[in-house]
Structures are given as C-alpha cells and as structure tokens.
Design a protein around this ligand. Structure first.
Ligand code: NAD
Ligand code: UDP
Length: 389
C-alpha cells in the first residue's frame, strides 16, 4: 500500500494508521486478517500467538514491503505479564485466541472453558481499564439449537424462518443438558459475550462482538499426520480434505443431516476490516458474519467437495465416497450438534453495508486447489512410507 494514499471510512472520514494488537494472529482467521491489513492498509500489527507457522510468510523476509508494520510476540495469554503492556500500546485489541475445534469440547471441556472464558477475562479487563477498544471473536454456536428443532418433524412451522433464522438481538441461546459437554464451548463464549456487554454498559468499554458462521478457506486447521497430530480431529473442512487427499471415505457423523452455511474466509475478512475502520458504526454491536445463501447439509457438503476435488486433482472419485459413523464413535461421549445455522444479516447490512459474495462451489474450488497444492505430495510420501517402511 502506498503510504501517501488517503483512505476514508464509510462516513467519509480520513483513516489514521492504527496499532492493532491481534491475539491469536497465528491461527486460521488471524493469518488472513494479518494479510489483508498488511496488503491493503497502513495499520501496524502486534501479532500475538503461541504459534507463527501460518503467518511465517508475513514475518520474513524482512525486505517485504510491510516489514516494520508487523511484530510477532510469542506469548501464551494464560500467564504472561506482557499482555497489559501490549494492550496499552495499541489503539485496538482483536481477540481471536480460543480452543475452537468441536472434537475438544466434549473431550477437553475444562481446557475449552478456560480458554474461551477464563483466559479471555484479563483481555476484557485490561481493555476496559485502559479505555481501549476491543473486537472479540465469539461464535454462531452461542445460538445453540434452533427453536424449530424442538417442533415435531412434520410440523409446517419448521419451514417458517421465524423458527430457524438466527438474529443477534432476538434469538435465544438454546443448549443441551450439562452431560452434553459439546456445549461447554458455546456456554463459555456466551458468558464472555455477556461480560463484555456488561463492561460496555457499566464501564463504557468500546466493544464489537463477532459471531462467525463457519468461515472456511485455505490454512484452516491442519491435516492429521502432516502438519498436525495423526490422531487429531480438526473441523469438517480439514477432515473431508484429509479423506479426499488420502482417497479414503468421508465420514458423515450421524448421517450428515445437520445443516450449515459456509462463508469464504476472504469475504468474511472484508467484514472484519469494515468493523476495524468504522468504530462509530461497529461499537456496541454484535454481528453475525456468514453467508445465508450457502446452506447445505453435511452430506451435501461431502458430495460437493468430492466433485470439486475430482476436478482439481484430475483423479476420479471413489465409487462410494462417504460412510456413516455415529457421533459417539467419532467424537466420543457428550457430543451433541447444532441442527441448522442461518444468519440473519439485517444488522451487518445496516451498520456496515457488508454482504458475502462467493458461492459454495467457488470457495470450495479455491480452497481444495490450495489443499491439493499444499498437501498432495506430502500425503503421497507418507502413504508410500506406510507401504515400504
Ligand atoms: P484457530 O485455532 O485457527 O486460531 C486460534 C489461535 O489462537 C491459534 O493460532 C492459537 O494458537 C491461538 N491461541 C489459543 N490460545 C492461546 C493462548 N492462550 N495464548 C496465545 N494464543 C492462543 O481458530 P480460528 O478458526 O482462527 O478462530 C478464531 C476465533 O474465531 C476463535 O475465537 C473461534 O472461537 C472463533 N470462531 C471461528 C469460526 C470459524 O469458522 N473459523 C467459527 C466460530 C468461531
Ligand atoms: N462432521 C462430519 N464429519 C467429519 C467432521 C465433521 O460429519 O469428519 C460434521 C459435524 O458433526 C458437524 C458438521 O460436520 O455436524 C460441522 O462440523 P465442524 O467440526 O466443522 O464444526 P461445527 O460447525 O459443528 O462448529
């Protein structure tokens, strides 16, 4: 970005360069947000994470045009006294740090609750005490199950959007029983949202809360055995990519009947940049960020990914590309699921004029092209080693 370009926000106000503390900058969303900010804005980033692999290309070599505008701090926010100093040095803190893979919610509920609630507390506190703005990443999972899911299967009301569209300022948060530990994540995220909202109401904290609805794209999670643990279970995009790369069947949990809306990471990041640069429009708001036009069942997602990957790789799909597994077998005891997730877009349209653009087919095409280029060779080598040790 040329330093002399004058940038203006949605209200025509000139934008001054900001110093942004990004906690969790080394993750999937953080890596895309760092790229966008460095390529298109003059803002400075203090990138905080325990890992930096996904932003390595942004940190070195030092000759990159944005060298000097990003600084990496390898810090675990659980126990590091440097956190408050970094918040004080910044105009804005964005908190992305979290355990956010469903396979952990029922198997590591304590870590999940600590990560999503307890560890976020000092971030909120320091922002509030030092008069600093906070953009906090929550989740669409705070809505839990839809009201419609409690109606009889044949009820015509199930087709009525009033029973399933999720609205920031009106929908209830409906979780399963305590034994269903899946909801430990959603519940911790809900409580931190309530705390941030209360800090805003009682102490004047300037905040924005983001509820991502299944953002997907390159660099999401890991491929087990390649850049993550062999026994690890990432989110669905990486699980299905892994199976396609290995020519294994895609596992459909409980028949793959749950429905999701998927939004391309690059569309979603545009929304976050609008929040960063339009505080007058974003402060005090909770925003759904998703693509209501990209709804599929998990089974349909598997079928589409299989077709897209056959195009991308040039290899024909398996004759039976999917297999059903029970959630108990796949995730263990205490798993439960959100049935359907359609974001209401009224608030984000009104405040920021944002709309997603990319169709599911197109976003899967670019994502699976990336997965193939990045992992196909490495997978072939590991498969070869398994045959010829
Ligand atoms: P991610 O796991 O790729 O990124 C999270 C990053 O936070 C990781 O790099 C991790 O190392 C870092 N982190 C975790 N604990 C930390 C700690 N104690 N100290 C320092 N760094 C720590 O996940 P993501 O998909 O990029 O998600 C980012 C945020 O968005 C999370 O809060 C998540 O709950 C939320 N979210 C994402 C989605 C999605 O579709 N990707 C959906 C719902 C919610
Ligand atoms: N899922 C699946 N097979 C997999 C991984 C996930 O059927 O290999 C299902 C999972 O049960 C859920 C959906 O895919 O219904 C999305 O899962 P993800 O892990 O991406 O997270 P969620 O949207 O539930 O937060």
């Amino acid at each position: 970005m040329a330093a002399s370009t004058v940038r203006i926000n949605l209200d025509g106000k000139p934008l001054n360069p900001l110093t942004i503390l990004m906690i969790g900058a080394g993750g999937f969303i953080g890596s895309h947000l760092c790229e966008k900010i460095l390529q298109e804005t003059p803002h400075k980033i203090l990138a905080l994470d325990v890992y930096s692999d996904k932003i390595k290309h942004l940190l070195e070599p030092e000759t990159l045009e944005w060298a000097g505008r990003i600084q990496f701090h390898r810090i675990n926010i659980k126990h590091d006294s440097r956190l408050e100093g970094l918040i004080k040095m910044s105009d804005l803190t964005i908190n992305l740090a979290a355990i956010c893979t469903p396979a952990d919610y029922n198997t590591r509920p304590l870590d999940t609750i600590y990560s999503n609630f307890i560890d976020a507390l000092p971030v909120v506190k320091y922002c509030s005490e030092n008069g600093k703005r906070l953009i906090h990443f929550s989740t669409c999972e705070v809505y839990g199950k839809t009201i419609g899911s409690f109606l009889p299967k044949d009820s015509p009301l199930r087709q009525d959007p009033a029973y399933y569209v999720l609205k920031e300022d009106a929908s209830p948060c409906i979780f399963g029983s305590i034994e269903k530990q899946r909801w430990s994540y959603a519940c911790a995220k809900q409580l931190i949202e309530r705390l941030i909202y209360a800090e805003g109401a009682e102490n004047g904290l300037e905040f924005t809360i983001v509820r991502p609805f299944n953002w997907i794209g390159p660099r999401m999670d890991f491929i087990p055995g390649i850049d993550g643990p062999s026994e690890g279970v990432p989110r669905v995009l990486a699980c299905f990519s892994n199976a396609l790369l290995r020519r294994e069947q895609l596992k459909l949990v409980d028949g793959g009947e749950s429905q999701r809306t998927f939004v391309y990471i690059k569309d979603a990041i545009e929304a976050v940049l609008l929040m960063i640069e339009n505080p007058d429009r974003a402060n005090g708001h909770i925003f759904n960020v998703g693509n209501p036009n990209n709804e599929v069942t998990v089974r349909q997602l598997a079928e589409m990914m299989t077709a897209v990957y056959a195009n991308v790789s040039g290899e024909p799909a398996l004759e039976e590309p999917t297999v059903d597994v029970s959630s108990k077998e796949f995730y263990g005891e205490g798993y439960d699921d959100s049935d359907k997730r359609i974001p209401d877009m009224t608030i984000i349209n009104k405040q920021l004029g944002w709309n997603p653009k990319t169709s599911l087919w197109d976003l899967l095409d670019s994502t699976l092209t990336y997965q193939h280029k990045t992992y196909a060779e490495a997978i072939k080598k590991t498969l070869f080693k398994e045959i010829v040790p």
